[in-house]
Write a protein that binds this ligand. Structure first.
Ligand code: ZN
Length: 385
């Protein structure tokens, strides 16, 4: 089956992260079974979502893992020229939710399966498909547990997120938190009788902003990133019920996107230390006042050395010797690399600029370039890595 036909099929499954991805996973399982390939499904706690892991070729040798997420971001509130879950070809582009991020890559991998099974592979290919990547690399963590028990770990991994088929060896990591500030309610005519949760949250927000400014001014810096330093950002805040009531609650979310060379723990410790001092001050008026932190979508950065074997291997597949790039967005690659020790690069068809957008598209030429890489991979795996 052609890559485009497979992409059309994959896009037709609405795998928005809040929904089940099982229909797509079962489709892929059955497709692979048609070539005599077994798949292991790793379900989530509800049984409504699953990761898929399959090996083509000898199972007792470490191979090349091709990794991608099956979920897509919502289309809610977006205006599309064509139905988002029906692939539409216009002007040498394939339009559809997930076409670039990242069902195009998965389609190309699946289209290469006949070529992979039609010859004796010396080095195997592993296919890893996950759920819930878009909401914080959730699903892959269950797969990592399973991979941890496999005696023969993949030798290397290509995460096919859209990089316009450039080899990427580094991306930032992310640590995100929800902060809940609890004060003491009272009549606004006597502010000293209560503990203002909004004001105290604002102090903490201002402190985070101060850290952000000092990072932008003092680094560390890596000029190969578009934003060459670690960033801190507060994205949402809500608190209070009425102007004439001292607010007892305020909640805000912040994130740190850090250079792999930077240590987010230092920043988090600084923020928590400042919060502790605030909390102690609040408790002088109300012993029940508190500031609590809940960790949210967090993933490590990717930091593969530019001369690593996986980098050179993929450069050879692409016949492109330009130095590996660094990207601003996160991927599951940091987890495969950090948690399992699998040397990882990111390289896939399409441009991240089209991801998550209305009228998401992938150029047909990008799919052709990925198909070419897959063909080169098939050739390379006839021998040992
Ligand atoms: Zn993605």
């Amino acid at each position: 089956m052609s890559t485009l036909h497979l992409l059309e099929t994959l896009v037709a499954f609405d795998t928005t992260s809040r929904l089940s991805n099982l229909a797509l996973i079962h489709y892929v399982r059955d497709y692979l079974a048609g070539f005599g390939i077994d798949s292991a499904l790793v379900e989530d706690a509800t049984g409504k979502k699953a990761n898929l892991y399959a090996t083509i070729g000898p199972k007792d040798r470490p191979g090349v893992m091709l990794a991608g997420h099956t979920d897509v971001v919502p289309v809610d509130g977006q205006t599309w020229q064509s139905p988002p879950f029906a692939l539409d070809i216009r002007e040498e582009r394939a339009y559809g939710r997930g076409s670039a991020d990242m069902k195009g890559f998965i389609a190309s991998v699946l289209a290469a399966v006949p070529a992979l099974v039609n010859q004796p592979l010396h080095t195997p290919v592993h296919i890893a498909l996950t759920y819930d990547e878009e909401i914080g690399c959730i699903g892959v963590r269950r797969l990592l547990d399973v991979l941890g028990d496999i005696s023969t770990l993949p030798a290397m991994c290509i995460v096919g997120e859209p990089t316009s088929m450039r080899v990427v060896a580094e991306h930032k990591g992310k640590a995100a938190f929800r902060v809940k500030v609890t004060g003491l309610e009272g009549h606004s005519s006597n502010p000293a009788k209560g503990v203002n949760a909004v004001t105290n949250a604002a102090r903490l927000v201002a402190f985070i902003d101060q850290l952000a400014r000092s990072k932008a001014q003092s680094g560390p810096f890596d000029p190969l990133y578009e934003v060459p330093y670690t960033t801190l950002h507060v994205g949402t805040i809500s608190g209070g019920t009425a102007l004439n009531i001292i607010p007892a609650d305020c909640t805000f979310d912040f994130e740190i996107r850090y250079l792999p060379a930077d240590n987010p723990a230092d920043l988090i410790n600084d923020i928590k230390a400042y919060a502790s001092a605030l909390e102690a001050d609040m408790q002088r008026t109300s012993p029940d006042a508190s500031i609590t932190f809940t960790e949210r979508s967090t993933y490590p950065g990717l930091c593969t050395p530019p001369d690593a074997q996986v980098v050179r291997f993929v450069q050879t597949l692409l016949d492109d010797q330009t130095p590996p790039g660094k990207i601003a967005f996160g991927t599951e690659g940091g987890l495969y690399s950090e948690a399992c020790g699998i040397p990882t690069v990111v390289c896939g068809p399409g441009n991240i600029a089209q991801a998550h957008q209305p009228d998401e598209w992938i150029a047909l030429s990008e799919l052709a370039r990925c198909d070419h890489m897959m063909q080169q991979l098939v050739n390379a795996l006839r021998s040992t890595l």
